[in-house]
Design a binder for this molecule. Structure first.
Ligand code: NDP
Length: 447
């Protein structure tokens, strides 16, 4: 079988074995398509069944999460933890709490996480988890009771040297606190079993900012390599959560003007640039809807619907909300409006059609698994600090994060060029991430 046939046969098996899991199929296909030249150069991977093993999670944990709401009614959600690959370190990846979480979503995220974590150059394997529970609109008490029930089951499978979850959509400082409290109570240990913890109980400075800042560190390098910069540019950032807010702050610090942001209901726009501190307070502190921004910002406008944000004219687009938020149609609108750079803060925010449109139009495209790796990299730095029982300063962590992101860009750029696809950072990220994991798997035998 040549490399092409090998990939097609693995893809066919993935689709047959995981019926209806479209997000997972999409993520696997995107990676495998770019690995063809690597598999041609390394026939030993096929002989070792490496790709078949890579696409099959090592363990899938699925569990009932019963809890009692404020009216005394029993609610039941479903919890997941997918431990995908621990060839280079303990499983590491966030927990997502959102009503649209399914096994397919967690599987795609866990699969992507393997390569992302490898790209950071730190010793962390790939995993992901979550639940179809949405904290939005729930009281603190309800969120706490849900988190305690979720952790009661999850605690059996995780540990500081086994599997270290973190936050993701719907899991921020409040949820991590409740989850950590329950883990500590159940196990009577005080360890770095979760990251994204509060600063008073083992969290790392700069973890909150890390994913968003990292997206901009990566974007800055990508722009620089192509003779451009943030300075004087107009930027659109989708979402207004953890990643979006800190990406927007850093882009502004680099001299850009952020003119639009969104939530799952709609987007705000101000040609003069948004008041980012007001957005932060609204979303991070008040947990309010983004449309409330316009009440005290008269030059801003609000429009319902998520995809309208991609019709806003900009030089740089940073999708930081959710998967498949930019389809081919939205991509073409960005291109027609002169957007020259798209860098993914969210996981898999661009559909395959959108990615092809960007690449065909010569838009510089920073893929999620490289561009948003700053969050998990800083989580790994949090694990190091927990192990040492020591804390670095904000500046120390931020400097390490910056170096890691610059390195990730350089590795993606070099891998793309080495395998005949210069400037294709998406292929470069897949290849660079894959090679380290593949080497480790080859060394460890058939496991
Ligand atoms: P948050 O829950 O903090 O924020 C998510 C934001 O996206 C919210 O503003 C939410 O709006 C908005 N949103 C959700 N769906 C849509 C949609 N269809 N259109 C527009 N906005 C939408 O999550 P994070 O910021 O942590 O995560 C965002 C993305 O970044 C995810 O893809 C995540 O996997 C990825 N990521 C996160 C990392 C991290 O460290 N947190 C690390 C690496 C990747 P609403 O308020 O209405 O819910």
């Amino acid at each position: 079988m040549n490399a092409n046939e090998y990939i097609e046969s693995v893809l066919a098996t993935v689709k047959k074995r995981n019926p209806g899991e479209s997000e997972f199929h999409q993520a696997v296909e995107e990676v495998l398509e770019t690995l063809k030249p690597v598999l041609e150069a390394h026939p030993e991977y096929q002989a070792a069944g490496l790709i078949e093993r890579l696409v099959e999670p090592e363990r899938i944990i699925k569990f009932r999460v019963p809890w009692v709401d404020d009216s005394g009614k029993v609610q039941v959600n479903r919890g997941y933890r997918i431990q995908f690959n621990n060839a280079i370190g303990p499983y590491k990846g966030g927990l997502r709490f959102r009503e649209n979480v399914t096994e397919s979503v967690i599987k795609f995220l866990g699969f992507e996480q393997i390569f992302k974590n490898s790209l950071t150059s730190l010793p962390i394997g790939g995993g992901k988890g979550g639940s179809d529970f949405d904290p939005k609109g729930k009281s603190d008490g309800e969120v706490m009771r849900f988190c305690q029930s979720f952790m009661t089951e999850l605690s059996k499978y995780i540990g500081p040297d086994t599997d270290v979850p973190a936050g993701d959509i719907g899991v921020g400082a409040r949820e991590i606190g409740f989850l950590y409290g329950q883990y500590k109570r159940l196990t009577d240990t005080y360890t770095g079993v979760l990251t994204g913890k509060g600063l008073t109980y083992g969290g790392s400075l700069a973890r909150k900012e890390a994913t968003g800042f990292g997206v901009c560190y990566f974007t800055k390098e990508m722009l620089k390599a192509n003779g451009k910069s943030f300075d004087g540019s107009t930027v659109v950032v989708s979402g207004s959560g953890n990643v979006a807010i800190y990406a927007a702050f850093k882009a502004t610090e680099y001299g850009a003007k952020v003119v639009a942001m969104s939530d799952s209901n709609g987007y705000i726009y101000d040609a003069n640039g948004l008041d980012l501190e007001a957005v932060r307070v609204l979303k991070e502190e008040k947990r309010a809807r983004i449309k409330e921004y316009v009440a005290d910002h008269p030059t801003a406008t609000y429009a319902d619907g998520c995809s309208g944000i991609w019709t806003v004219k900009c030089d740089i687009a940073l999708p930081c909300a959710t998967q498949n938020e930019i389809d081919e149609d939205s991509a073409n609108k960005l291109i027609a409006n002169g957007c020259c750079c798209v860098c993914e803060g969210a996981n898999m925010p661009s559909t395959p059609g959108a990615i092809a449109a960007f690449q065909n139009a010569g838009v510089f495209f920073g893929p999620a698994k490289a561009a948003n790796a700053g969050g998990v990299a800083t989580s790994a730095l949090e694990m190091s600090q927990n192990s040492m029982r020591y804390s670095w300063t904000f500046e120390e962590v931020d400097a390490k994060l910056h170096d890691i992101m610059v390195n990730i860009f350089k590795n993606c750029e070099a891998a793309a060029a080495r395998y005949g696809m210069p400037g294709n950072y998406a292929a470069g990220a897949n290849i660079a991430g894959f090679l380290k994991v593949a080497d480790a798997m080859m060394a460890q035998g058939v496991v």
